[in-house]
Design a binder for this molecule. Structure first.
Ligand SMILES: Nc1ncnc2c1ncn2[C@@H]1O[C@H](COP(=O)(O)OP(=O)(O)OP(=O)(O)O)[C@@H](O)[C@H]1O
Ligand SMILES: [Mg+2]
Length: 705
């Protein structure tokens, strides 16, 4: 049977670890050359893939079929790397690397890896997470979960089984920077805030040296090494080495060879630190952002003094300038994990993999990860149990949807549903009303109100609704435990509705429509809806003597049901009662003015016979106004005195585009009703189904509009 591992898939170095349940310890799985860390470099030649140190050596020797730093391009639709006569996406390169890494580790340790928890920078967005997940699966592993690198470090390092503290993890790797602040209670972790920059890492410190050397070489020989890909590859590797040397010595030398010229230059730590101030300042800015966010969320000021520990993770935190900056700001030195700095993230991921499989794990004292302080003489060696639900991570990006700024506006905004720093794994529900058979939701990731500053992720289409009825649907938005977006929907009864997901162009160029297309479409639909005149409905209600009692009570109730069902905020409502005379109880009252309409309905009273001509009166009242599209709902229980005249009035109204529904109860004459109603609009029914009939008419009107 295969094992589950944790993989720290780093920009520059990767590490693999596994948790051994029997001993309660984490084992770092060394690669084929006996090392804990494997350079995340890939070389592809004639279809043959080489990874790790061997590939890095080829890169250093100027081989142009090598690729490194592709992690920072994960999920980037416009990035491709052309090597070995083919183009590769960052995801393809990652998959090739992971396949090679898996094989090397399996052979070296005599194991089979069948599943893994893969780490990602906390600041990775949906596209980057999706790409990482697919790369892991393409490499032949079941991906149990993606876990944020700083959180992984906290699991491995920060838990103590007792006491409470606020811990900041400052993770500066080869290509990414993350800062995460968590509250720890015993073996429980609550992440409070996270920020990062997935384009900032050790490579940007290397770049400063590359630039310096290139410009000195140009000044000396007039040759621009930037034009020579092989020289630049070589220089990249050399400058990284130089940077590491500067961690230990104040000054070192670097040499370059190009076009037969040879240059050798001194680089000092002082110069290096001064030239990398901008990069360092970017990290402090992101720390401050975390402080601000926590202060805002908790309503209490949070800053350096609120922290109990600062932990440094990532190879680049070995640079002395990092500890110096933290010590100055924090007032105390940070915790440096020492020899575990390169493998701590993989260790946490290995623990997480075991937690995924087993629900919880128990670390033994021998693991070296137990920081219990209960050392009373004779006390048993401390252990630490970590449960799956004890680790609460947060989302690093807000999730929102495309929405109109106001009801009458065409301006679209990103309306945030799950704000950043919300706990992942907790769904947020929103209610929607629709008279159509489906609902479309367009989902964005980002903090800005402006959709164009966000990434358009998906369009979700929720189906299974009943056209022409008011459907109340609850849509659930969720960041799953891997920090990836999921949407589901239920009807009013709590039944699941089908949800179709269409990938947006923010995730992959080839798939899906662009944000521009979506916005144009949504606007067009709204414009059409706004151009349509408001619904204009007139109830023509028989109040002759025979309506006395229950019939009129039912009629009043049914009109109210009709209005509730119609639910169009801009409809206009009129009520015309008729007996021996006609009387307008209300005229073109906006449906939102409910109390007015209510009063009009309540004022309907029975009086006399049926000698009035309501359809003729209606026509007269309209005068020369446009009446196309107006709707009449006639309710009567008997025969009218002037049926012939009213049939003529109805025909003339219908010709001008008025739509007439005629509902008969009691002794109503169906033949007459059919003559005044529009096609199929006549009904003779039992009084008990009056409310249902009115509701049905309302929903058919709502759908047709
Ligand atoms: N002694 C050192 N001094 C300075 N930098 C160092 C030292 N040792 C390693 N580094 C730098 O640390 C970086 C690698 O760190 P690490 O392995 O934590 O990153 P990674 O996991 O590959 O990247 P990321 O976490 O950004 O994806 C490289 O940029 C490397 O040059
Ligand atoms: Mg890392």
């Amino acid at each position: 049977m295969g094992i589950s591992v944790g993989i720290d898939l780093g920009t520059t170095y990767s590490a693999v670890a596994t948790f051994d349940k029997a001993t309660g310890t984490v084992k770092i799985l060394k690669n084929d050359i006996g090392e804990d860390c494997t350079p995340s470099v890939v070389c592809i030649e004639d279809g043959e893939v080489t990874i790790g140190q061997a590939a890095k050596d080829l890169q250093a020797a100027g081989n142009v079929n090598t690729a490194a730093f592709y992690k920072s391009m994960m999920g980037e639709p416009n990035f491709s790397c052309y090597i070995d006569g083919q183009s590769f996406s960052a995801e393809n390169l990652s998959a090739a690397f992971l396949r090679g890494l898996k094989q090397a580790v399996e052979e070296a340790n005599g194991v089979t890896i069948d599943s893994a928890v893969i780490t990602v920078p906390a600041y990775f967005n949906e596209a980057q997470r999706q790409a990482t997940l697919r790369a892991g699966e393409a490499a032949g592993m079941r991906v149990l979960k993606l876990i944020n690198e700083p959180t992984s470090a906290i699991i491995a390092y920060g838990l103590t089984g007792q006491g409470e503290k606020n811990v900041m993890v400052y993770d500066l790797g080869g290509g990414t920077f993350d800062v995460t602040i968590a509250h720890i209670r015993g073996a429980n972790v609550d992440v409070l805030a996270t920020n990062g920059n997935h384009q900032l890492g050790g490579k940007d410190w290397d770049a400063v040296i590359v630039e310096e050397v290139a410009s000195r070489f140009y000044d000396q020989f007039g040759v621009n090494v930037r034009d020579y890909e092989d020289v630049m590859n070589e220089l990249a590797v050399k400058c990284e080495k130089t940077k590491k040397v500067l961690t230990n010595v104040p000054v070192t030398q670097i040499s370059v060879q190009c076009e037969g010229f040879y240059g050798k230059y001194d680089i000092s730590r002082e110069f290096f630190e001064e030239r990398t101030q901008t990069q360092l300042a970017e990290t402090t800015l992101l720390i401050q952002k975390c402080f601000d966010e926590i202060s805002r969320q908790s309503g209490k000021s949070f800053g350096w003094t609120s922290l109990d520990e600062v932990v440094l993770v990532g190879g680049s935190t070995r640079m002395p300038q990092i500890s110096k900056m933290i010590t100055e700001a924090f007032g105390r030195p940070p915790i440096i994990i020492g020899n575990k700095v390169d493998t701590i993230v993989a260790s946490g991921a290995a623990m997480q993999a075991s937690i995924c499989n087993e629900g919880s794990i128990t670390l033994s004292a021998a693991s070296g990860f137990v920081r219990n302080t209960n050392t009373a003489p004779g006390a048993p060696a401390p252990t630490l149990t970590i449960c799956g639900d004890a680790i609460k991570d947060v989302t690093s990006h807000s999730l929102g949807m495309l929405a109109f700024l106001e009801e009458k506006s065409l301006d679209l905004i990103n309306s945030i549903i799950i704000p950043k720093n919300s706990a992942i794994g907790e769904a947020q529900g929103r209610w929607y009303k629709s008279h159509a058979d489906k609902i479309c939701v367009h989902v964005l990731q980002g903090e800005s109100d402006n959709p164009y500053d966000c990434t358009f992720l998906y369009s979700f289409t929720i189906t299974g609704l009943k056209a022409g009825q008011e459907n109340r649907v609850q849509v659930f938005f969720l960041y799953n435990p891997s920090g990836m977006v999921e949407v589901s929907a239920q009807d009013e009864m709590g039944r699941d509705l089908p949800v179709k997901k269409e990938q947006g162009a923010g995730l992959a160029l080839s798939a899906g429509r662009s944000l521009d297309q979506i916005i144009a479409e949504v606007r067009r639909e709204k414009e059409e809806a706004m151009r349509r005149p408001p619904l204009d409905v007139t109830f023509v209600v028989d109040t002759s003597g025979s309506m006395e009692g229950r019939p009129l009570d039912e009629a009043k109730k049914s009109i109210q049901e009709f209005l509730a069902q119609l639910d169009q905020t801009d409809a206009k409502i009129s009520i015309l009662k008729f007996s021996d005379s006609c009387d307008w109880k209300c005229y073109q009252t906006e449906i939102s003015k409910r109390p007015f309409i209510q009063k009009a309905i309540q004022s309907l009273e029975v009086d006399g016979g049926t000698t009035a001509t309501p359809l003729g009166d209606f026509a007269k009242k309209q005068g020369f106004h446009k009446i196309d599209g107006k709707i009449l709902v006639v309710l009567t229980d008997g025969e009218w005195e002037h049926q012939g005249f009213e049939i003529m009035s109805a025909q003339s109204l219908k010709k001008k585009g008025v739509i007439i529904y005629a509902v008969g109860i009691g002794d109503a004459d169906f033949d007459f009703l059919s003559k005044i109603a529009s096609n199929g609009g006549a009904k003779k029914i039992d009084l008990s189904s009056l409310a249902d009939t009115f509701r049905a008419i309302a929903s058919s009107i709502a759908t047709q509009s």
